[in-house]
Design a protein around this ligand. Structure first.
Ligand code: 6GU
Length: 223
């Protein structure tokens, strides 16, 4: 999968993709991330990419021309499955969306800043608008990092134990059950007996029950 990210702050996105699973995905050639500095497509030599909004009001708007220029350039080089704008008024990111996007070949991500981008770029180019939750971030970069992480770990071959994504919270519509490792007793708290006896049928049943219980307690609307 190739992901092109358009941003005025590429430095903010360099580190998140160079650790752990995403790093491995890149090293295995399963994920290619390309950062594009929007200011390289600015309307003048001052690197201007934003302007005041029509109708008045506080906050700058990211202008059409620089965005159109970089989007057109990239579109001329390959076909994109989706051009995604990260925005708090998009659809809320959900595991199903991550699953779907993990099967794509080429994605383009646009990170907004200030008040956001000119509506005409959304009308002309954007095919999917995603928010990562009902709260406000100061830009789309951290949301893009969240989205890329959520997608990349689902690309076939990225996770070492192929089944491990299947038991994540949310993958089967339930929260994950409690998990334990050594020691068998810590500060008086014992690992549940069922996990120690090697009866995998019982263990599966226990995990299923605990997942249901946890979901019922914390996120009943998921059931
Ligand atoms: Cl995608 N962008 C910004 N700026 N804030 C957000 C968001 C995105 N998702 C939730 N809050």
């Amino acid at each position: 999968m190739r992901i092109d990210i358009i941003t005025v702050m590429p430095e903010l996105l360099e580190s998140p993709f160079n650790h752990s699973i995403l790093k491995r995905a890149k090293e295995r050639g399963l994920l290619h991330i390309h950062l594009h500095q929007l200011r390289d497509y600015a309307i003048n030599k001052h690197g201007q990419v934003d302007d005041m909004q029509y109708g008045g009001g506080a906050g700058m708007v990211m202008m059409c021309e620089p965005l159109a220029k970089v989007i057109e350039k990239l579109k001329g080089e390959r076909d994109y499955d989706d051009i995604i704008y990260l925005t708090p008024d998009g659809i809320t990111l959900h595991q199903k969306i991550a699953n779907t996007l993990s099967l794509k070949e080429n994605l383009m991500l646009i990170c907004g800043h200030y008040k956001g981008i000119d509506q005409r770029i959304r009308d002309l180019y954007v095919t999917l608008e995603i928010s990562i939750g009902d709260y406000v971030l100061s830009g789309g970069e951290l949301a893009a990092a969240v989205l890329v992480d959520g997608i990349a770990r689902l690309i076939p071959g990225v996770l070492n134990d192929e089944t491990s994504a299947l038991t994540d919270s949310h993958q089967d519509g339930l929260l994950a059950p409690p998990i334990y490792t050594r020691p068998a007793e810590f500060q008086g708290l014992k690992v549940p007996e069922v996990l120690l006896n090697g009866n995998f049928k019982l263990i599966d049943e226990w995990r299923e029950m605990e997942a249901l219980k946890r979901t019922q307690e914390r996120r009943p609307e998921l059931l």
